[in-house]
Design a protein around this ligand. Structure first.
Ligand SMILES: CC(C)(COP(=O)(O)OP(=O)(O)OC[C@H]1O[C@@H](n2cnc3c(N)ncnc32)[C@H](O)[C@@H]1OP(=O)(O)O)[C@@H](O)C(=O)NCCC(=O)NCCS
Length: 178
C-alpha cells in the first residue's frame, strides 16, 4: 500500500482491478459529470490502467486505487496529476455507486492531500460541474476554496453546464487539516 487510513488502503492499480473498475465506470450515474462515456468496457478499463503513471513523483496522472480494508476490494479511485513544475497538482475522484455516503472519498482524498502537501506541494486545483453537488461538498469539506465559475462552459447531454474552479494552497491545508 502507498497510503493507509483508518478504513482504506491506497495503492497502484493493477490489471486485476480492470473488472471492478469497468463496472463502476459503466454506471451512468457515476459517469454523468465525468469525461468518459458508458458503458466503459473491460478492454477500455484494461487499457486505461496500462497508461497510468507507475511513479507518483513523475509529472502526469497518477491514479490511486482505493481499497476498503475490511473487504479487500476496490471501491474507487483518486486521480492526481502532478504538473511539470512538481509544485502544483490537479485532483479527481470516483467511488463505486454502492459505496457513497460513508465518508470513504473524503478519507481517501485527505490521505492523498496529506501526502502530497507533506512532499512540498504548493497548490492543488480541482474542477467540477456546478450541479455535481456531492463532488462540490467533498471539495469544500476538505478545505478547497471556490475560486471561480465559468458559466455555460460545456455543452453536454443537451445542456450548457457551468464549471466550478476550486483551489487549495498548502497553508490553507495546514489550517484546515483535522
Ligand atoms: C464525488 C463522490 C466521490 C462523492 O461521494 P460521497 O459518498 O458523497 O463522498 P464521501 O465518500 O466522502 O462521503 C461523504 C458523505 O458521507 C457522509 N458520511 C457518513 N459517514 C461519514 C464519515 N465517517 N466520515 C465522513 N463522512 C461521512 C457525509 O455526511 C457525506 O454525506 P453528505 O454529503 O450527504 O453530507 C461520488 O459522488 C462520485 O463518485 N461521483 C461520481 C464521480 C464524480 O462525479 N467525481 C467528481 C468529478 S469532479
Amino acid at each position: 500500500m502507498l497510503l493507509h487510513t483508518d478504513r482504506l488502503g491506497l495503492r497502484r492499480f493493477t490489471a486485476a482491478d480492470a473488472p471492478a473498475f469497468s463496472a463502476y465506470r459503466s454506471d451512468p450515474g457515476i459517469a454523468r459529470y465525468q469525461s468518459w462515456d458508458t458503458p466503459f468496457p473491460l478492454e477500455a478499463a484494461t487499457e486505461r490502467i496500462r497508461t497510468y503513471n507507475d511513479d507518483q513523483q513523475q509529472p502526469g496522472w497518477f491514479q490511486y486505487a482505493v481499497e476498503l480494508a475490511a473487504e479487500g476490494c476496490l471501491i474507487g479511485d483518486v486521480g492526481f496529476r502532478l504538473h511539470e513544475n512538481l509544485m502544483q497538482g490537479d485532483l479527481g475522484f470516483t467511488l463505486a455507486p454502492g459505496r457513497h455516503g460513508h465518508g470513504y472519498a473524503t478519507e481517501a482524498v485527505r490521505a492523498v492531500l496529506d501526502s502530497r502537501f507533506a512532499g512540498g506541494l504548493h497548490r492543488v486545483s480541482a474542477e467540477c460541474y456546478a450541479p455535481n453537488t456531492r463532488s462540490r461538498r467533498l471539495l469544500e469539506r476538505v478545505g478547497f476554496q471556490l475560486e471561480g465559475q465559468r458559466p455555460a462552459y460545456t455543452w453536454t447531454d443537451g445542456e450548457w453546464r457551468d464549471l466550478c474552479l476550486y483551489g487549495l494552497l498548502a497553508d490553507q491545508w495546514t489550517q484546515s487539516a483535522p
